[in-house]
Ligand binder design. Sequence first.
Ligand SMILES: C[S@@+](CC[C@H](N)C(=O)[O-])C[C@H]1O[C@@H](n2cnc3c(N)ncnc32)[C@H](O)[C@@H]1O
Length: 264
Amino acid sequence: MTNQLKTINTYRPNQLYNADTFEILPCLKDNSIDLIICDGPYGVTDNNWDKVGGIQEFNLNLIKIFSEKLRVGGALYLFGKPDCIDFINYRPFLKLQSKIVWYQPSRLAQGRRNYTNNYDIICYFIKGDKPKTYNLDDIRVSQLVELEHRLRCERVPSVKHGQYGKTKFNNQGKNPGDVWGDIKQLTYKSKELVNRKALNTIQKPECLMERLVKASSNEGDLVLDPFAGVGTVPVVCKRLERNFIGIEQNSDFVKIAQQRINTV
Ligand SMILES: C[S@@+](CC[C@H](N)C(=O)[O-])C[C@H]1O[C@@H](n2cnc3c(N)ncnc32)[C@H](O)[C@@H]1O
């Protein structure tokens, strides 16, 4: 461990650390990280790693630590359930830009006493007033469904010649907005699923992490994944030529993650 910590102080990118994230995070240089993707405990399952007491306090503690490690303008995406940042004061540390709803209509609607929860939240924070990177053109999504309606709107004279003329239909696609229903959670049949145990609580789809990495970092930037699981974020970073630091305490997951990274 001591050697590992020394390494982080002198900063070697593209490493996966098999360790407790709370031991490693203090050793990372302040103001050095461009993007943090935090897909850690949600505080809802029986997995030991998911039992954190109050999830809001747990997340506030993370937000404080991350605010020191991020560069000004850097971004944090924090995954959780709808109440994951309720009633905590994150404002002295980071600015909340959006709460993205990751909508999963395919989730079994098994609730009998309440409406089944069909979405996760991805809280998008930045350090400072404005993001240093937001590559909208790299994450545009198809707007075919709205095409006819948009074109009809554009023909209206007040739009054609008015102040909203700039909001014209864009052939490259539209802003994905803050409700993402186009990215499905992995299923037993997904080719990228590493094994059945990783389904649901562990592995996220690469295209989800890809959207976050593309939007909020550039080639050569440093991305931190403090709860790396089976390595989805590091895999995406390597493919997109971003540097990464991944931390994961489960050695079996680290082995799988390393194999995935090596095959990129
Ligand atoms: C939701 S999973 C991350 C999945 C990952 N995004 C992927 O696609 O593979 C959360 C992970 O955090 C790890 N974890 C939880 N607490 C940790 C801690 N204190 N230090 C390091 N890893 C931790 C768990 O072992 C688990 O693999």
